[in-house]
Design a protein around this ligand. Structure first.
Ligand code: DQA
Length: 150
């Protein structure tokens, strides 16, 4: 992996577009990522994307990012609420990590109110749909010294 920002997408996000559109909208994951890639290219940034429905794959991508990425945007889907293993993997990453959710988990079912990732991320953006990703990218760019990124 050799990139500025790794976007890590967890279980069921590959179904965006048709998955609960009243909650997540109709934009596909590919569309979210190409929008982000275009925005990142404004600063000459290279963006890598990994999606998996398997916890171990996401953990291995987080490990790989340790030597090949400057920052991570992570939407771990439901693993955000239960995965201490992914939390441990992200804790090893030396750069900034931003947690993203399209919906606002705090306004949904109680099991979504906890994020195991929260203690190891720089911050969380939730509830703004595609804008959550844009804001996360802008925050990371700002943290990494890009002027006027937000
Ligand atoms: C989500 C919120 C999670 O609770 C859910 O399990 C998802 C998507 C979001 O982007 O809003 O898969 O991470």
């Amino acid at each position: 992996m050799n990139c500025d920002v790794l976007v890590l997408s967890g279980p069921n996000l590959d179904q965006l577009g048709t998955r609960s559109p009243e909650i997540y909208g109709t934009t596909t994951l590919e569309e979210h990522v190409s929008r982000l890639r275009e925005r990142a290219s404004r600063w000459g940034w290279v963006l890598e994307h990994r999606q998996s429905n398997f916890e171990g794959d996401l953990i291995e991508s987080a490990h790989e990012a340790r030597s090949g990425a400057r920052a991570i945007i992570v939407n771990a889907g439901a693993l955000s609420h239960v995965s201490w293993a992914l939390t441990d993997a992200l804790a090893m990453f030396p750069g900034p990590v931003v947690e993203v959710h399209l919906s606002n988990p705090a306004a949904r079912e109680p099991f979504r109110h906890v994020s195991t990732l929260a203690p190891v991320v720089a911050g969380t953006v939730a509830g703004f749909g595609a804008l959550s990703y844009d804001l996360a990218l802008g925050a990371l760019a700002t943290l990494l010294g890009v002027d006027g990124a937000l």
